[in-house]
Ligand binder design. Sequence first.
Ligand code: FAD
Length: 540
Amino acid sequence: MIRITELALPLDHTDADLRKAIVARLKINDADLLDFTVFKRSYDARKKGSEIKFVYIIDLQARNVDKLLERFVSDPHIRPAPDTSYHPVAKAPEGLSERPIVIGFGPCGLFAALTLAQMGFRPIVLERGKEVRQRTKDTWALWRNKTLSPESNVQFGEGGAGLFSDGKLYSQIKDPKFYGRKVMQEFVRAGAPEEILFVSKPHIGTFRLTGVVSTMREEIRALGGEVRFQSRVTDLLIDNGRMQGVVLDNGEELRSQHVVLALGHSSRDTFRLLHRRGVHIEAKPFAVGFRIEHPQSLIDSARLGKYAGHPALGAADYKLVYHARNGRAVYSFCMCPGGTVVAATSEPNRVVTNGMSQYSRNERNANAGIVVGISPEQDFPGGPLAGVEFQEQLESKAFELGGRDYCAPGQLVGDFIKGVPSSAFGDVEPSYKPGVKLGDLAESLPPYVIEAIREALPEFGKQIRGFDRDDAVLTGIETRTSSPVRITRDNHSLQSLNTIGLYPAGEGAGYAGGILSAGVDGIKVAEAVALDMVARAENA
Ligand code: FAD
């Protein structure tokens, strides 16, 4: 197999043009090109005014591969294609009675369980929330009727926090073993659009993700695994520093010496449980801020110029960073083109925002978190759970400022910069449901955060004209950008530093940030569990 990189074609090319370009690049006859797949397709719109082209990475089969590679030996863009396929690391021994437990069925728990099931280990998944359909109803009840279900919402339930999301499936993690490829391939097998395998910034959107997740759950069951919903883990059975099992909220005990802890960043009661049980856990940095909304057309024209609205490019995104004079980094987070801002609390009397979209990304507004990095040393000293407490205080304050009914506090960008409360919307209509209560956001976050964002917005306006327009809307508050704790694990065995058999994983443990990286971490941890179970079975 050969890989060609940096193959550029105009946006409006046909499939036949692509084939012709490959044949021309290799200087071969059409009949000698046996097969090809697009490994990646990207475009670069950073140079203003220049033509936007698609840039391809192509994997192909051709006649006389060795000769071809020899001919292009000094060409860095024609190389042998790497093997990106997934090879299981273990197989469950015959008659193995122990079953690994996976706590949490977000992307991390899902991929940990699927990988274990595919290797024959018959995992038991315990998920505090409900299955996807019921969860969707409960989540909409908050957005439409201001009724929160603390165990079934944007954070908790089948699919985890990533279910109601933009479904962005890219990450900057190092992935030398191509686990990310397995995540994508499994998603496609379960019904995601094939293009996620090759577009440079793939996304899947909320609606499609729900179907994909339930298909994968059925595969885990078909392979002998168990997936239990409304099964919250309320205690850990630890004997002499070794995991022995877990206790559920109905009092049931389940025994296993291998427990994957894929909690996500919002399971605050479970973080407290871990601390009480003496599992090693430490505070870690995260970020807080607001969601900002603009018309998507503004972002499209700033980013794509004359190509704005081109069907092959879709809704444009952005990524912004600014270093404020008070030493704080301000950056855009989880940008959702053509999406909506959502109420993302899992706890009564708290308000927190996030963003989501459908696959089509055709809502009127673009939204993103504009957040400021904070750290335990500087901003919330006081022990492993100080970040959790800090989030709770801020989210309770936001609930008050929003009018105590799950509406979110908001302010127009122009007023926020000037430091005056807002009283009426301009042309930008906020999308957050159940609603935005205008006022003064200065009270909602610490002064150093407000100061840094105030300084950053006009600077962002220099990069994207109109970003700091007066009637852009800020909705508060964004606090759950990543986990406030790290449940530290040993780098080699992937087990907790002080609890053998406990495998902290994914976003809640501080080892992932996003759907793709959480899925990748789930695979890694599943492999570590499988190898340990095989080794123990052999030594028994
Ligand atoms: P989670 O997905 O949080 O899953 C943890 C699961 O564990 C939950 O289902 C929870 O109910 C369960 N659980 C917790 N405690 C217990 C317990 N004691 N017993 C049993 N079960 C328990 N990321 C992207 O990459 N792209 C995006 O576009 C994107 N958009 C997002 C939009 C929104 C609205 C939100 C909230 C997040 C978004 N994210 C996005 C972030 C992404 O969802 C997370 O990074 C990812 O879901 C983390 O995966 P995880 O499996 O580690 O944790």
